[in-house]
Design a protein around this ligand. Structure first.
Ligand SMILES: Cc1cc2nc3c(=O)[nH]c(=O)nc-3n(C[C@H](O)[C@H](O)[C@H](O)COP(=O)(O)O)c2cc1C
Length: 264
């Protein structure tokens, strides 16, 4: 990890995150989670009503053993906590959408329709008929933040809030440290947890808005750290996700391996 040193706490730089050595070794059994890699997708839609069962939740807890993270889980039945999770997630999402600067950050990486999606293979892919039509008519100006009461923002909030309303469980990872190495290992933990969820038929959808550190989110950042017991333990919440059963969905576009490798 960080073979040329860790980035500062302020911002990532161009130094590599990791050096990876691929060694063929017939004696090593692949981790069974590899079998889930091509099935794992981020599901942002409405989930089924049923609550994840205890065995699935236990598998999630065990999946990150040995990594420096604390796992949190809450399900239907713990209704007061569920209501708070839902409220903070919706408030934070709204803040992101009505803050012109953060909304434009997303607009700048929107890929609308098959042509843009294939061309970029990253960012936020939108391919519904409605959005494509509006865009092709020149009615969607991606250089201007939509007004909070516009149909775009109202529609996004409605879809998000419906997804939240359907959510039967939330999952989170917090850490005592917040250095780059811990962040990287948390990424590893999240991948392991999501692959384990996939093996259990479960989907995850990160809710990162309240975890972000820009001033407009400060109240939600504080609220979620309080709710998850992170404030009292001095933890940083690194990932917070919805968790539930959703219909199968296809893969997101990818830029491919070459785009991520440092040239020697
Ligand atoms: C640290 C981190 C935070 C993320 N937060 C969000 C989020 O808040 N909302 C969201 O829709 N996607 C979020 N994503 C993106 C998705 O989880 C996912 O990585 C991406 O959309 C690729 O799709 P896939 O998981 O289907 O391959 C986040 C990803 C990472 C690595």
């Amino acid at each position: 990890m960080f073979p040329e040193g860790e980035y500062s706490a302020k911002a990532p730089d161009t130094r590599p995150t990791a050096r990876i050595l691929l060694v063929r070794d017939a004696a090593v059994q692949p981790d069974p989670l590899f079998g889930q890699v091509f099935k794992r997708h981020t599901h942002r839609g409405v989930y089924e009503q049923r609550t994840p069962d205890a065995a699935a939740l236990q598998a999630l807890r065990e999946s990150v053993k040995g990594l420096p993270v604390h796992v949190g889980l809450v399900t239907r039945g713990e209704d007061a906590a569920m209501v708070r999770h839902a409220q903070i997630a919706m408030d934070a999402w709204r803040t992101e959408l009505v803050t012109p600067r953060t909304l434009l950050e997303s607009y700048h990486v929107l890929r609308i329709g098959p042509k843009e999606i294939v061309q970029h293979r990253d960012g936020i892919a939108l391919n519904t008929r409605m959005v494509r039509v509006v865009d092709s008519l020149g009615l969607f100006d991606r250089t201007q933040a939509s007004a909070p009461d516009s149909s775009e923002i109202k529609g996004q909030l409605e879809r998000f809030n419906a997804a939240i309303a359907s959510t039967p469980a939330y999952f989170w990872l917090s850490t005592t440290q917040n250095d780059r190495r811990t962040q990287l290992l948390t990424g590893r933990a999240y991948v392991r947890a999501q692959l384990t969820a996939t093996a259990q038929g479960l989907s995850m959808h990160p809710l990162s808005q309240a975890l972000q550190e820009y001033p407009e989110q400060a109240a939600h950042h504080q609220a979620v750290h309080q709710l998850l017991g992170a404030t009292e333990r001095g933890h940083t919440v690194q990932m917070w996700t919805r968790l539930g059963y959703g219909p199968a969905i296809g893969p997101s576009p990818r830029r491919g391996l070459e785009a991520h490798l440092a040239k020697a």
